[in-house]
Design a protein around this ligand. Structure first.
Ligand code: CP
Length: 363
């Protein structure tokens, strides 16, 4: 029932959708990426029929070609509505998700494919003790690709063991979230396309602050792995993890790969005015469950002394660590990051199921 006040608003047209407001801040058009990266589909060939398990399995050329295809989709989404026609995706999310599930499903729909979605394990045979391996065996008969999210790291290898169609890791417990890392890197390249060039100039290199515990956050672990494929992008990466030594091994491995990453020795407040990119996440895993990390030590709001032009990234969902007053500032690139993930996933899915011939000019 619409009350008098609501009726007055309707009459006055106050409930009209506000299209003046930008969809996202920091949504730079990806045309610069299209200019800099020359299309060459050959580097996408190895993706056909591949499982996507870890950010480690990519190289520079494959990622750049995927980002080019993502930029092509983002620039002109209406142009490509049928490449996945006749293909079926199983979207199996045994752990809650807003962005990953819906962006994968949006990506598949936008390309003309069909979807079967599982959002609750209790509606499948798993509730009666069926193994993930047996579920995977059935999926072979029903679909062309599977996207899996689960609270447990081991679920991914279990399901993969029986699959003869590609599976994409959409977050497996504390382990990895490779397509999130791809979306994060795509956002950074859109923000500063000069980072894509073979020789990155010193003035373009970024000083990054990363708030999170690599060993307890799958997004941060995958992000460092994908960054280590492009180490020349960074002046330095400072980790703010309250000295959590559980991440020492990962940090050492990343340093060995050539990434200039280290635990910050100064406080976050002292470092903030020099940071070009601030990545923050607050969901840290404990076994199969999670807790909020950071407390009062790491909270961002619009009153803080950000460097001019600095951007904030967050995989979301957010908590108190990211104040909503930042949403309407130019530092907000986290909504653009979430939006871009749709196009990155469109690009990846197209390649996994042999349909890139329908969207590329040069193969
Ligand atoms: N970024 C991310 O993984 O968000 P969801 O948990 O909503 O999928």
């Amino acid at each position: 029932m619409v009350d008098q006040q609501e009726r007055a608003k309707l009459v006055a047209g106050e409930n009209a959708v506000n299209r003046e407001r930008p969809e996202v801040y920091g949504d730079s058009h990806p045309k610069e990426l299209l200019r800099i990266i020359v299309e060459d589909g050959e580097h996408l060939l190895p993706l056909e029929n591949q499982h996507i398990l870890s950010a480690d399995q990519f190289d520079q050329k494959t990622l750049l070609q995927l980002f080019r295809l993502a930029a092509k989709y983002e620039s002109n989404p209406e142009r490509f509505s049928t490449p996945l026609q006749g293909k079926i995706l199983i979207s199996a999310f045994y752990e809650p998700s807003t962005r990953t599930r819906l962006s994968f499903e949006s990506a598949w729909h936008r390309l003309g494919g069909d979807i079967m979605s599982i959002t609750d394990r209790s509606t499948t045979g798993i509730a009666k003790g069926e193994s993930l391996s047996d579920v995977g065996e059935m999926f072979n008969n029903y679909a062309d690709c599977v996207v899996l999210r689960d609270t447990q790291e081991k679920s991914l290898p279990e399901m993969r063991s029986s699959l003869r169609i590609p599976i994409i890791n959409a977050g497996n417990g504390v382990d990895e979230h490779p397509t999130q890392a791809m979306a994060d890197l795509y956002t950074i390249f859109k923000w500063r396309p000069a980072l894509v060039k073979k020789k990155v100039l010193k003035k373009d290199k970024i000083k990054m602050g990363l708030i999170g515990v690599p060993n307890r956050m799958r997004t941060v672990r995958s992000l460092l792995k994908i960054f280590s494929i492009f180490p020349e992008m960074f002046d330095e990466i400072l980790i703010f993890d309250n000295g959590d030594e559980s991440s020492d091994e990962i940090l050492e491995e990343m340093q060995e790969r050539g990434l200039n990453v280290k635990r910050a020795t100064n406080s976050f407040d002292a470092c903030l005015p020099d940071l070009d990119v601030i990545y923050i996440n607050a969901i840290a895993w404990v076994g199969d469950s999670f807790e909020t990390y950071g407390g009062d030590d790491y909270k961002l709001d619009a009153s803080m002394p950000f460097k001019e032009g600095a951007i904030i990234l967050h995989p979301l969902a957010r908590g108190e660590e990211l104040a909503t007053d930042l949403d309407s500032t130019p530092h907000n690139w986290y909504f653009s990051q979430a939006r871009g993930a749709v196009f990155v996933r469109m690009a990846l899915l197209t390649c996994l199921v042999h349909r890139k011939g329908r969207v590329l000019d040069v193969i």
